[in-house]
Design a protein around this ligand. Structure first.
Ligand SMILES: [Mg+2]
Length: 876
């Protein structure tokens, strides 16, 4: 059958925008040719041909006629011929897929170097070069194309080296090399393979071998990891060989248009004199920096510098290149947009905007949220030892300190200036002060939304949680990990960005305050539509959040204000038997909360501060009844302790997560909520009197029914009205409900008219939608389910788009149907997760709220969402 399909394209006819047809390497070789850079001539066998080869189980009709024609043109252009004994042309045959798959597919170099062409090759270099090229060709062709075991070739070379008493084949004589060549041919024959003598046949077989390597095990595994589709196929680049190994007037090297580690605008690279490309990669000989290249190759150096500038101006990005100098003549063998460190990505993006090379939108596309994250926190340096265990990366940053096993000790020693890492089975609100005084937290239990994780992120401190290999014995003062015993006071290092735990001191990389971060984020702020608010409980949290760019507070958790030296006050309230006792106990709490709110409202003057009324079950403020029972049995309890024990047992719940908390607690203890509302409105009044612009929003947690919400809203309005009337100061406030039960999402139409705002508490909403108790599943079931692909993502890390996300979208949409100006936001920790932010953008939320340490990343992610740049590993 006749075919008019075009399977071959010379470099001189292609361009960079034809990557899917020509592969990445081929398209860039064509582009470099097109803009006049010194590229050894050649042609590309297209991915179409590869796809047809795979579909038909053999090369498509017409392919090799086209290859022969392209080869004839190439021979005419360079004045040498493949297989010509007088003036032989040697070819490189290299794979080149659409997406770079470094080292995954096959290559044949020096094709055309045969004993029959040795004399002609010797004229190009010398006799040694001719024999060496033939040796290299037979090894590669034998292994890659004919499938001969590499061991046989290695053995031949080793034997020759031994017999000659030299360390390397580079020291063999011409005659000795010729013997190796003869042995290699015998090895191929012994393996039952036939080596075609005609280089044209070799070329055909080499092209087909590259096609087949697309489906090699290595390549397939790589594509699975990198999410590259299996049906793209690879192109094959057939190119005139140039030689960096012709002696001291030749060299080979790699270079970058800017420093790929720092991003500095200087050329960067290495080269080796008298070597071929694989010698540079193998790292067996010491390379020289291109700065010194001018001493040996002044002309080539100048041309390389110009070429690097041309490439960067042309691609508007940092490029890397492979080059060869053959007898002082520079040749470009490859270019592509270069890989770079996080620091370099950021610096280059910002500087290229300043240079007018790219615009701000393009700069934003070039920095991933992961790269930004890496720039913001300390992390383990490159020489960190193997971790002893790895837990969940709960709060970013790294820390080094002495192991301390109780919060009390952490508080004392930390406040005294020691660097301590608090190591606990898990933490509770009572541990807060110890956590504040520590440089980092390590827990054996609990997931990404466990108390330790949430508090650590709020504090901006590193935490590794759920490291379930830790066996902590606080009494004995030891932590055992897989048989290794760590003692209290031993130094450990934790990296909350990776979850790694290392015994001893790890050298940390501390990010400097990088002005490029601020600059990139101003670009992001212009692009994003989502506002970024903070979860912040204290004036210090609020200040940190403001500095990171927070535009409001989306969640101020009042319960954290009940801890520390105020714990006795709230316990007094819990223990009160009569309404009078309760009111008396609430009075000082109310006064203190008013001060707290005033301080937060002052920091956030003119910005919304969403204050959530008391949420956790009361037993969280009480001691563990088991411990009290033990103490009762051993040394007895005093009267106060006896009361606490009774209360702790009274408030004990079988499943506190689903028990009396949130608005349910408010309904059972209405005076508590009323006191909190008085404190909030009272604080606003005081701020107003001081000339401020307070904007409190009062939020009810865990609502499930519209009647519950109506009850809560009435309490808020009645109480606020009273405070406002008493003060004679007119203050404005707004109201919100959290949407964190599936029922609330389902009844959004009834809830929306009652409030100004919905705030999605996606931690609880995820728990309740899946029926997961997060503390029980996050370190056990979820990793197993992820591994068996029963869950697409960890729903506590990244909002589950198909289930929880659907509830969220429905509640936003239906809430706005009945109340078009309804403000919607998310205040679960998902608010700082880039993929979840994409979802929030897509469903049309007004804002995301997250801990201060995640605000910068959220700003970039919100910009990416608005620009429809999917985050890395995006599932939204
Ligand atoms: Mg909640």
């Amino acid at each position: 059958m006749m075919t008019t399909d075009s399977f071959v394209m010379p470099f001189s006819e292609g361009s960079a925008d034809q990557k899917s047809l020509l592969g990445g390497k081929g398209a860039n070789l064509a582009e470099m040719t097109r803009i006049g850079l010194p590229v050894p001539p050649g042609f590309i066998v297209t991915t179409d041909a590869c796809r047809r080869y795979m579909a038909e189980g053999g090369s498509p009709a017409g392919l090799f006629d086209q290859v022969d024609a392209a080869l004839a043109d190439l021979e005419a252009q360079v004045g040498r011929k493949l297989g010509d004994p007088e003036s032989p042309l040697l070819l490189s045959v290299r794979s080149g897929a659409v997406f770079s798959m470094p080292g995954m597919m096959d290559t044949v170099l020096n094709l055309g170097a045969m004993p029959s062409t040795a004399d002609g090759l010797a004229k190009l270099g010398d006799e040694w070069f001719a024999q060496d090229a033939t040796r290299r060709f037979l090894e590669m062709f034998g292994r890659v194309v004919l499938g001969v075991d590499a061991e046989g070739f290695d053995h031949n070379v080793e034997q020759a080296n031994e017999a000659a008493g030299v360390a390397s084949e580079r020291d063999l004589t011409v005659e000795q090399l010729a013997e190796v060549v003869a042995k290699h041919r015998q090895t191929i024959a012994d393996a039952g393979k036939e080596l075609p003598e005609d280089p044209r046949d070799q070329l055909r077989l080499a092209i087909e071998a590259v096609f087949r390597s697309w489906n090699g095990d290595r390549a397939k595994a790589y594509r699975r990891i990198e999410n590259i589709p299996d049906d793209l196929g690879t192109a094959v680049n057939v190119q005139m060989m140039v030689f960096g190994n012709l002696g001291d007037r030749s060299a080979t090297g790699v270079a970058f248009t800017r420093d790929p580690a720092t991003g500095e605008k200087v050329h960067y690279g290495d080269f080796l004199i008298g070597a071929q490309g694989e010698d540079v990669v193998a790292g067996t000989r010491a390379v020289e920096h291109i700065d010194t290249m001018g001493e040996t190759f002044p002309h080539a150096k100048e041309e390389l510098e110009e070429t690097l500038d041309t490439l960067e101006q042309h691609y508007h990005d940092m490029c890397d290149v492979e080059f060869t100098i053959e007898n002082d003549k520079l040749w470009m063998l490859q270019t592509r947009v270069g890989k770079r460190s996080a620091a370099a990505a950021l610096r280059m993006a910002v500087e290229m905007v300043d240079e007018g090379l790219i615009d701000e939108v393009e700069a934003l596309k070039r920095v991933t949220t992961k790269q930004l994250e890496a720039m913001l926190h300390p992390r383990f340096g490159p020489n960190a030892p193997e971790p002893i265990t790895t837990g969940l990366a709960a709060s970013p940053g790294a820390a080094v300190g002495k192991v301390v096993l109780t919060s009390q000790e952490a508080k004392e020693r930390g406040n005294a200036g020691e660097s301590v890492v608090l190591v606990r089975p898990e933490t509770s609100p009572e541990d807060l002060e110890g956590m504040v005084a520590s440089v980092g937290m390590l827990t054996a239990r609990g997931g990404l939304v466990s108390h330790a994780a949430v508090v650590a992120r709020g504090l901006g401190k590193p935490a590794v949680c759920g490291a379930n290999e830790l066996k902590i014995d606080a009494k004995a003062g030891t932590v055992t990990v897989n048989g290794t015993v760590i003692h209290a006071d031993d130094i450990i290092s934790i990296d909350g960005t990776t979850g790694q735990v290392v015994i001893g001191e790890v050298e940390l990389e501390i990010p400097e305050d990088d002005p490029n971060v601020a600059k990139l984020l101003t670009y992001a702020d212009k692009q994003r539509r989502l506002h970024v608010w903070a979860n912040a409980d204290t004036p210090e949290d609020a200040r940190r959040a403001l500095a990171a760019g927070a535009e409001g507070i989306g969640l101020c958790r009042t319960e954290h204000q009940f801890l520390g030296d105020r714990l006795p006050l709230i316990r007094q309230m819990i223990l009160s038997k009569t309404e009078e006792e309760e009111r008396a106990a609430l009075e000082p709490l109310e006064a203190q909360q008013k001060e707290d709110f005033e301080a937060v409202l002052e920091v956030m003057d003119g910005k919304t501060v969403v204050i959530r009324l008391l949420d956790p079950p009361l037993h969280e403020f009480l001691p563990d009844p088991l411990e009290l029972r033990l103490k009762e049995a051993s040394e007895g309890l005093d009267a106060d302790e006896q009361k606490l024990l009774e209360a702790a047992e009274f408030y004990h719940e079988h499943n506190p997560m689903l028990g009396v908390r949130g608005i349910r607690l408010g309904i059972l203890r209405p005076n508590v909520y009323a006191a909190q509302v008085r404190a909030i409105i009272g604080a606003a009044v005081a701020r107003k009197q001081a000339g401020g612009d307070p904007r409190p929003e009062i939020m009810l947690p865990l609502t499930a029914t519209s009647q519950e919400l109506a009850w809560g809203i009435k309490l808020i309005h009645d109480t606020a009205k009273q405070v406002i009337e008493e003060s004679g100061v007119e203050v404005a406030y707004t109201t919100a409900t959290m949407i964190e039960t599936p029922r609330a999402a389902l009844r959004a139409r009834e809830l929306a008219p009652q409030v100004d705002a919905f705030s999605f508490g996606t931690n609880d909403l995820t728990q309740l939608t899946f029926g997961f108790s997060r503390d029980d599943v996050e370190a056990s079931y979820i990793p197993a389910a992820l591994e068996q692909e029963l869950l697409p993502v960890d729903p506590f890390r990244s909002l589950d788009p198909a289930g929880v996300g659907r509830l969220v979208e429905m509640a936003v949409t239906e809430g706005r149907e009945v109340k078009p100006d309804l403000v919607t936001g998310i205040c679960g920790e998902h608010g700082g997760d880039p993929d979840s932010i994409h979802l929030c953008h897509r469903v049309g939320m007004n804002h995301v709220s997250c801990s201060a340490s995640r605000i910068e990343v959220a700003r970039l992610a919100a910009a990416h969402a608005a620009m429809e740049v999917s985050g890395p590993g995006s599932t939204a």
